[in-house]
Write a protein that binds this ligand. Structure first.
Ligand code: AMP
Ligand code: MG
Length: 411
């Protein structure tokens, strides 16, 4: 049985990110939210593209106004009006000012903007009622970004800010990694779909729904292969189909030590290598991770059947694996933070224990609140609204209210 840390290391070392040439597509910026940039972006444009005004006011020559003040204002002749979007008509000479608006191009000769609130205008004269700083309220060409340098690195997730940057530089369309394909199936003779009548002894396949949602949230595309009976041939057939189509395969159920838990045996018969059979964690001890000999082999995750174990093992192992595979350079790792626990947390100390609950803001400080109700791995109900898992290390049996606890923050 592997420790959680060794299992995580093993899994994340197995993950080969998608290829930054072959596994990419070029898409419109409006479709880019949440996608992973597959190439560094460089632009031939400076930003700002030209010197422009940060204020509504007057473009002036600093030399002319450096001794101006409220008491002894300097007066300049207004020779032009420059709205945003227009080229200044001519350069500014000594003693002259141009009426200017936010975003408008600074005329040659001018180097400073005086905000209109610090001026008084009379026809074609403007009085400067302040002592400006040199260069004040001028957004200098290339002061935020210089053409030819790297604008965005490869391997970042694109959200509003990054997409706005790409738009500002006309970097559209954009090259992103394709979404990883994740095949999902459930195993068990007792399972029915949400639409089938429930007979005695049966249970609805909720794991397929949980996994489809988790996969989508992780930025990947679920391929739903349905429910497979606890029959070796049916399982072998589905696994064969899954591994030819997907980057990652996730099954739930059938990986424990029961007589009808066939997954590991079938994986072996299909030539798989199985570096992980079980992990020292609760919930989630029976966890199978396998690979196949072909170079394009997906990683196979045989998750336990218990619904809580599915969610916890996905959050701890599968989600970072999907994100790494998706091309994320840095942000794929699980994020742990230390917070105060509001509740008493207990473990038998024998396995690393994951307790579900919520991070709640109390007077500006995050606290972990354990979910009420049963923490059996067969219970699903009190997982609603979970946004964090408290982690008790092996050997740690008690965290008292008010003590610090390590928490895995969920997306
Ligand atoms: P197993 O790991 O196959 O022994 O299953 C462990 C427990 O999880 C059993 O109580 C199953 O009925 C339940 N279970 C297995 N698969 C699913 C599923 N897809 N949806 C909901 N519960 C499941
Ligand atoms: Mg089963």
């Amino acid at each position: 049985m592997l420790s959680v840390r060794d299992a995580a290391d093993t899994i994340f070392n197995l993950v080969k990110p998608l290829d930054n040439q072959q596994d990419t597509e070029v898409i419109d910026l409006f479709a880019a939210n949440g996608r992973v940039l597959a190439t560094p972006v460089t632009s031939l444009l400076d930003f700002p593209h030209w010197d422009n005004s940060a204020m509504d006011g007057y473009a002036v020559r600093y030399e002319d106004v450096k001794n101006s003040s409220t008491e002894q204002p300097v007066s300049l002749e207004i020779v032009a009006e420059i709205p945003a979007g227009y080229q200044p008509p001519f350069p500014l000479q000594a003693g002259q000012a141009a009426r200017i608006f936010t975003g408008a191009v600074i005329p040659n000769g001018a180097d400073t903007v005086v905000m209109q609130e610090k001026t008084r205008r009379e026809d074609h004269q403007v009085w400067i009622l302040t002592t400006p700083q040199p260069g004040e309220f001028v957004r200098r060409k290339a002061s935020y970004y210089q053409a030819g340098t790297q604008l965005l690195p490869t391997g970042i997730r694109l959200t509003a800010a990054e997409i706005a940057i790409l738009a500002a530089f006309q970097s559209s369309p954009v090259r992103v990694y394709r979404r990883p394909r994740v095949a999902i199936f459930s195993t068990g003779d007792e399972l029915v779909t949400v639409n089938q009548p429930l007979q005695p002894g049966q249970i609805v396949d909720s794991n397929q729904y949980a996994l489809a949602a988790l996969v989508q949230q992780s930025g990947a595309e679920p391929i739903l292969l349905g429910i497979v009976k606890d029959h070796p041939e049916a399982l072998a057939q589905t696994i064969q189909q899954a591994i030819t189509n997907a980057d990652i395969v996730i099954s739930s159920g059938g990986v424990s030590v029961g007589d009808y838990d066939y997954i590991d045996k079938i994986l072996t018969s299909l030539g798989a290598t199985i570096p992980i059979h079980s992990v020292e964690m609760r919930p989630g001890k029976p966890l199978t991770v396998a690979t196949f000999p072909s170079p394009q082999s997906p990683i196979y995750f045989g998750l336990p059947g218990n619904p809580a174990a599915v969610l916890v093992t996905f959050w701890r192992f599968v989600q970072p694996a999907i994100k790494k595979l998706a091309g994320l350079a840095e942000d794929w790792k699980a994020e742990f933070v230390n917070v105060r626990s509001h509740d008493e947390l207990r473990s038998d100390g024998r396995r690393e224990t994951y307790i579900w609950g919520r991070l709640v803001l109390i007077d500006g400080v995050y606290e972990f609140h354990k979910a009420g109700g049963s923490h059996s791995s067969g219970n699903l109900i009190n997982l609603a609204q979970t946004n964090a898992l408290a982690v008790l290390a092996v050997g740690q049996t008690l965290i008292s209210p008010g003590e610090e606890v390590q928490v895995l923050q969920l997306m």
